[in-house]
Design a protein around this ligand. Structure first.
Ligand code: AHM
Ligand code: MG
Length: 306
């Protein structure tokens, strides 16, 4: 059994990134406590995108913000729950951290798995103009399910899974996750797009007629976690009339996941075939379509859609 900190040190991860990840892991632990306490109340407030908030969305945002401030390494932070980037004095370093404090919060009342997503950027004074390929140095997510798992990717050092044990420590459970290029699993998001997009309908039909296995919960974190754990699969979320750019956010959800999948030998493209890691950040709450998972499956899907 190997502990989180020890594992990262052995992998040669820099002291800065280890320290940032330590604070992120602490935030994950506190968010998990709040969730287990049944703190699921709906608020009357809305987030930066006009979506209604839970008490837990706000709490998770505060917990993460406090931990990042304590790290003294995060000088700019961007949260899905906040309209603007916040700046802090960071005497120990100059990283940007983007996060979705509680992804899938509409699933909280149904007791399905949800998660938190983080991107760690080496990005100077602003996120604007950055790309995941050039500026992301690490990304990670937590799954709050029957167990709490924490999956981390560090640039050129792979994607690894840890599990929160009963004394509050993270231990390694999967090392160097690697995706197969082909898969039998599919997780088709936003089927509503099929109404105006015959090609998306065709793609879904092909997946069904090929006898593939559906694995879809409606939460991006558990749906993508399924792919990484089974080492195969594809998740799609195309744009449609309601979300002309797609629903999912580049900075908080798609770029961090594209980085985790790239480190695991997978791929992530937008509907036009552009690698998610090459999309330039033009605004904090920018959205994108996304097709992510096993390399050949993502390529085949985009060929049908283009
Ligand atoms: P959220 O960040 O407001 O929770 O929304 C993101 C979630 C993803 O977890 C999931 O893949 C997607 O929204 C599902 O969208 P829809 O409800 O439109 O099917
Ligand atoms: Mg989200």
């Amino acid at each position: 059994m190997q502990f989180f900190n020890h594992f990262l040190r052995e992998k040669g991860v820099s002291a800065d990134i280890r320290s940032l990840l330590y604070h992120v892991a602490r935030a994950v632990k506190y968010i998990n406590f709040s969730l287990r306490a049944g703190n699921t109340q709906q608020l009357t407030t809305q987030n930066a995108s006009g979506e209604s908030q839970l008490k837990l969305d706000v709490l998770a945002d505060q917990i993460i913000t406090n931990e990042l401030q304590k790290s003294e390494l995060a000088h700019i932070i961007a949260s899905e729950e906040q309209e603007k980037v916040r700046k802090f004095a960071a005497p120990r370093g100059k990283y940007g951290v983007s996060f979705d404090p509680l992804d899938g919060s509409s699933l909280v009342d149904t007791n399905l798995a949800i998660g938190s997503i983080f991107g760690i950027w080496d990005c100077g004074e602003s996120f604007i103009g950055t790309t995941g390929r050039k500026n992301l140095v690490a990304s990670c997510y937590a799954v709050y399910g029957p167990r709490v798992t924490f999956v981390i990717a560090i640039k050129n050092k792979g994607t690894h899974e840890f599990e929160l044990n009963d004394v509050g420590e993270f231990t390694v459970t999967r090392e160097n996750i690697q995706l197969k290029p082909d898969s039998k699993y599919f997780a088709p998001g936003n089927l509503r797009a099929g109404k105006g997009n015959a090609r998306y309908l065709q793609l879904i039909q092909e997946w069904i007629l090929e006898g593939r296995t559906l694995r879809y919960s409606g939460g991006m974190v558990p749906d993508l976690n399924h792919i990484l754990c089974k080492e195969e699969g594809i998740f799609s979320y195309p744009h449609d009339q309601k979300y002309p750019q797609g629903k999912l956010r580049l900075l908080f959800e798609c770029a961090p996941f594209a980085f985790l999948f790239a480190e695991a030998g997978g791929s992530a493209l937008d509907q036009e075939g552009l690698p998610i890691l090459d999309i330039k950040v033009k605004e904090i709450h920018q959205r994108t379509s996304i097709f992510i998972g096993s390399k050949n499956e993502v390529e085949k899907a985009i060929k049908i859609l283009k």
